[in-house]
Design a protein around this ligand. Structure first.
Ligand SMILES: *Cc1c(COP(=O)(O)O)cnc(C)c1O
Length: 416
């Protein structure tokens, strides 16, 4: 997309919406309608040709409104605004993060193909890759953040299906450990296995950093994915997802979405549009609070280790990568409590302001125990290998008063 005149946070209140088309209303109404009236039959035909991918758009031609499974003003305004943060050509919003992820994997993988993915990935993604994709003949191989580029290339060669590699799928920072994966290095791996006939695409799930603190498309990713349930929605009151990328790839994603019918509803889009107005202030405050909380944890006698990007030691390779990929340490903190599951549970059960719940990126602070909750499905040996032990507690930091968060954490520690 061409550079707009103002910063994304300045455009979140107005971009992509024309009040004159809605009786002058300063905010978009909810377009609670299933279908749209065409001016002429010729117009209807032209809209369908584009929506079904029968022909590309002419220069300056826009896809007109057809039917709310294909497009709707609330969906389009939201998609246009989301494009600003990642400087993407186009965006598709879905009814959940999982529907965004599964639609991308279904569109770009076919029977016989090989998928390379980083592990750990989000539990739902892991399940889809390891339990659904094999049913349609797609093979997958996982790598861990500590493996080098050479080791990963060898791993792909060892499958005997290197010529079938179709996609590299990564999640960074890894949930829940905050381990980093080098996006440009993954692009080099994808390019290494690309040929004249076949490009291997790189997809990054950027949920952990929201659209604010990292822009994977600028670092070599072909597609970037979000669970919009998290920072983008930000209020723990909806489920949604988004995919962004160049016009050609997004046309493919949108055509499949039309036929799977998993777009977000006008009401969900309206809520997300409202959430976007405060995205930057919320995330800035969350990151500010997280620094205070991480510092406190790092100095607490009942904590063995804190995994938080703001505590990566300067001068290390990891620090270089952190600085290259992220503009903030974010608001996700994991820490290893002294003891085991018992101590972790006493801590969690005695939090008052923090809510004991999975999910992340919301205005309220959340705490959970990955080994027995979000990541319970992983093989025990694999869990151990990637650092998801019984001592690990994950925090998502909200917008509360930071001193209150410290008081709450301190009280919970005192009950151990
Ligand atoms: C929550 C989450 C998802 C799944 O999104 P839903 O909106 O719950 O479907 C995918 N990836 C990551 C990293 C997540 O945190």
């Amino acid at each position: 997309m061409k550079d707009p005149k103002f910063s994304p946070e300045s455009l979140m209140m107005s971009y992509g919406y024309k009040p004159e088309l809605s009786e002058g209303a300063i905010k978009p109404p909810v377009f609670q309608t299933s279908t749209f009236v065409f001016k002429t039959a010729e117009e209807g035909k032209a809209f369908f040709e584009i929506a079904y991918g029968i022909r590309g758009k002419e220069e300056e031609e826009e896809l007109g409104l057809i039917y709310s499974r294909i497009n709707n003003p609330n969906l389009e305004i939201l998609e246009n605004r989301l494009c600003l943060w990642d400087k993407a050509d186009d965006c598709a919003v879905f009814e959940s993060g999982m529907s965004a992820i599964s639609t991308v994997l279904l569109e770009f993988l076919k029977p016989g193909d090989l998928l390379l993915f980083s592990s750990p990935v989000y539990g739902g993604t892991d399940h889809f890759i390891n339990h659904f994709l094999p049913k349609i003949g797609v093979h997958a191989v996982g790598f861990t953040p500590n493996q080098t580029k050479e080791e990963i290339i060898q791993l792909i060669e060892d499958t005997g299906k290197a010529d079938k590699l179709a996609m590299v799928y990564i999640e960074t920072p890894a949930n829940p450990t905050n381990a980093l994966i080098d996006i440009s290095e993954c692009k080099e791996i994808a390019d290494h296995f690309s040929t004249d006939e076949k490009q291997v695409y790189l997809t990054t799930d950027n949920t952990y950093m929201g659209p604010l603190w990292s822009h994977p498309l600028g670092l070599g990713a072909d597609l970037v994915l979000y669970s919009a349930t998290k920072y983008i929605g930000g209020h723990s009151d909806l489920i949604a997802g988004a995919v962004l990328g160049n016009a050609e790839l997004m046309q493919r994603v949108k055509v499949l979405r039309t036929f799977l019918g998993n777009m977000a509803s006008p009401n969900t889009c309206w809520l997300l549009t409202r959430s976007l107005e405060t995205l930057k202030v919320r995330m800035d405050q969350q990151a500010k609070n997280a620094m205070v909380v991480a510092d406190f944890l790092n100095n607490h006698e009942l904590v063995n280790k804190v995994s938080y990007l703001g505590l990566i030691e300067e001068g290390t390779e990891e620090y270089e990568l952190y600085k290259k990929q992220y503009s903030s340490p974010g608001a996700m903190i994991s820490f290893y409590i002294k003891g085991g599951e018992k101590e972790a549970f006493v801590f969690l059960n005695n939090l008052e302001l923090f809510k004991l719940a999975v999910s992340l990126g919301s205005t309220e602070s959340l705490a959970q125990h990955p080994a027995s909750m979000t990541h319970i499905g992983l093989e025990p040996a694999h869990k151990e290998n990637i650092g998801i032990t019984d001592q690990l507690v994950r925090l998502s930091i909200g917008v509360e008063n930071a001193d209150d968060l410290i008081t709450d954490i301190s009280n919970a520690f005192n009950s151990i």
